[in-house]
Design a binder for this molecule. Structure first.
Ligand code: FES
Length: 106
């Protein structure tokens, strides 16, 4: 089973912000959405762009390349041209630190 990795201190990722974290072989976008933390892979399923440089719109991240949107909580597509969801990852907070885990190969 994959290990939990310390990503960022809670206080360093305010609500509405997101950052990129590298966890083993995965590059993730870590979000603080209204005080809750979520992580998704930083690869747009439309054509492989980094979605981390996009904007957050109504709880979704918008890919800067062609405008596909993905629900930050679930990874599901909320606007085309993508039609496949992005991978999301488990997130937890321990002692004021946000931790993530790449559980795709567990
Ligand atoms: S690469 Fe993201 S919408 Fe096309």
């Amino acid at each position: 089973m994959s290990d939990w990795i310390n990503a960022v201190a809670v206080g360093d990722l305010p609500p509405g912000e997101h950052i990129v974290v590298e966890v083993e072989d995965a590059v993730m976008v870590l979000f603080n959405l209204d005080g809750e933390f979520f992580a998704m892979e930083d690869i747009c399923t439309h054509d492989g762009s980094e979605i981390s440089s996009g904007c957050i719109v109504d709880g979704s991240i918008e890919c800067p390349r062609h405008g596909a949107r993905f629900d930050i909580r679930t990874g599901e597509v909320t606007a085309p041209p993508a039609y496949e969801p992005v991978d999301i990852f488990p997130v937890r907070v321990v002692d004021g630190v946000v931790q993530v885990r790449d559980d795709r190969w567990d």
